[in-house]
Design a protein around this ligand. Structure first.
Ligand SMILES: [Zn+2]
Length: 253
């Protein structure tokens, strides 16, 4: 029977002494509010920011959650009002209907249904689906299948591109479906990559690919591990930061 692998490493849970970003939720004025909590060693006070991507809370690295909760409670009315204002400006939610937009490799594609299309095809700024898929449930099933196939092909090519530079044998690539974990490496030579990465710009996908391939050498986040990553992607810190903070902008709701 397969046992859980204690060597498994996940990208999300990197030890990050200088900063971290996690999704949290709280109850304010009778509503459940989701927010991103950005902790940073450089921050001295708790800050609240609300924009089209929702509520972000900035906090010192070691600020206790009770202090954060009390700042949130003290601004409950303002937070709920601002979130409502932003929500009214937000485009309609994505439900696989004509005119809906999704991100692919960091570019926005508008969904279109075409009676002449036999398969799902990507065009200039559009994703064309056969008209037979115009019921949202059918479009969602076929659309997810297409996104996963596109992800598998893209990841395979990027892994093959970076494997020689990292001096690793080509691993088996599997798609994962986690909400918050981008990649996992198994020392036996298997890399799991989240299919949702296919929504993101290639530079961010490359960072996750290189990170997981480097784990085939170093199962930890030691300085040796980061040197291997930096040798291939000198700007990996910046990519990692963008992935942590911006990823949600690319994902489907
Ligand atoms: Zn890692």
């Amino acid at each position: 029977m397969p046992r859980p692998d204690p060597q498994q490493r996940s990208l999300l849970f990197d030890p990050a002494p200088a900063r971290s970003a996690i999704r949290q939720s709280c109850r304010l004025a009778g509503e459940t509010i989701e927010y991103t909590l950005n902790r940073s060693a450089r921050r001295r006070s708790i800050t609240l920011t609300i924009d089209e991507s929702g509520l972000r809370v900035g906090a010192p690295m070691r600020a206790p959650q009770t202090r954060i909760d009390s700042v949130l409670a003290g601004h409950a009315e303002w937070i709920v009002r601002k979130l409502t204002e932003w929500a009214s400006r937000r485009p309609a939610p994505f439900n696989w209907s004509a005119g809906d937009r999704l991100m692919l490799l960091g570019n926005a594609l508008t969904l279109r249904f075409d009676a002449a299309a036999g398969v799902i095809e990507q065009g200039e700024g559009v994703l064309i689906l056969p008209a037979t898929l115009s019921a949202p449930a059918a479009a969602a099933t076929a659309g997810h299948h297409w996104l996963r196939a596109t992800a598998q092909a893209w990841f395979t090519q990027r892994v093959a591109h970076f494997a020689p530079a990292l001096r690793v044998r080509l691993p088996v690539i599997r798609l994962s479906n986690a909400r918050t974990r981008w990649g996992t490496c198994h020392p036996q030579g298997r890399v799991h990559l989240n299919w949702r990465l296919i929504h993101m710009p290639p530079a961010l996908i490359d960072y996750v690919v290189v990170h997981e391939l480097a784990h085939l050498h170093e199962p930890n986040h030691s300085s040796r591990f980061w040197r291997r990553v930096a040798a291939v992607l000198p700007d990996h810190l910046q990519r990692r930061r963008i992935l942590r903070i911006e990823a949600h902008r690319y994902l489907l709701p």
